[in-house]
Write a protein that binds this ligand. Sequence first.
Ligand SMILES: Cc1ncc(COP(=O)(O)O)c(C=O)c1O
Length: 426
Amino acid sequence: MTTPEFLDLLSETAHLDSDGEVVMGGCRLSALAASYGTPLFVVDETSLRHQAQRFHRGLQERWPKSRAVFASKAFPCTAMYELMAQEGLGVDVAGGGELVLALNGGVDPALMVMHGNAKTDVELSMAVDAGVGTIVIDNFDDIDRLEKLVTADQGVLVRVVPGVRGVTHDAMSTGQEGSKFGLSHDDAVNAIRRLQQSDHLRLDGLHMHIGSQILETEPFAHAVEVLANYGDFDVYDLGGGLGVRYTYSDVAPTPEAWLDALVSAAKRSLPRHAELLIEPGRAMVAQSMVTLYRVTTVKHGVPTFVAVDGGMADNLDVSLYGQRYEATIVNKVGGGASVDLVGRHCESGDCLIHGVELNDPSIGDIVAVGVTGAYAFTMLNNYNGALKPAVVFVADGKADLRVRRENYGDFFLRDVASGAEVTNYG
Ligand SMILES: Cc1ncc(COP(=O)(O)O)c(C=O)c1O
């Protein structure tokens, strides 16, 4: 590995200080680890804002009647909702919890899109009461439920299964026939007919989302063309799914290449008067973050295990999808022997990276794992009593703590003393 290779994976402000240490947002990573503890999520705010505009403005330049919506499941914290709202983006919320977070983060409900394949009555009434602009119909039960709830005009889209499969992990593929999300052709046609006769549900158009971490643009373009088979509508939400470059060998399309593919397909097949929406999550946030860990143990052997103070409690992507990452010691970038970077959790599967080159790893070293901005915060857990990490936004040499690190006292916040709330069902 050469020095620039690791930096190439990171966000635009990342560079090496004169002594060779990695700096992000003008902050030395070891200084952040010392102040906030590890594991630590460090978010490059400037890059994040640029990325939001690459999608938002990039889409509007190509198709003026359009807007970008952040798929907030990729990083659902208040700071992120606030940032997206400031940048003028809407957000996609999957269920009541993300809706509450988005409202708290100041997102205009009119710019929200609510998703879910198992929306409850409560979640749908929360969305209607909050004034969520668009609710995506995933099944006939959504229609039944909304028709009982809605007394004024409510915009909806029908999520269709385009029958397109991009290359990605099975668990992340959602556009193929047999997917649990959306309606296949005949059901979608029936749902569209039903909604066209609804008193209060205003069918604005169609939605599709073919999956996540897809590293080629063709499947997206193909799926857009499939939407044309359903007739003319005012709105087409083309979903998210653009993959990102996690490893030195990954090749990911740029946001611009993805937008070119989507919009060219839309120009070929969708009505010119329509509004286009996109919902990127992963590609919006992944590159802007690194996770910092402290080395706790080095066990020499074959392989050599370098163990850190985090692991699958703060990054489940490896266990769930086998996602490969890259890493460096923040002040010894480049070179070194291949080791297994492992976490502190009680299973052998808790390996952050198999076979990563680290330069003379020693106890106390700070290791940065790159490109962790998507879904890591989302899937945090307390396995083995792990404390959820702090989130710090960095920009122009300033660090802004946006989520404090969990403390052991937080573990008891939901406990109820025995006998304090007893219900008799006998
Ligand atoms: C409906 C919908 N839209 C957008 C996304 C965002 O996908 P990605 O993070 O891959 O861009 C998802 C993620 O699963 C989704 O379910």
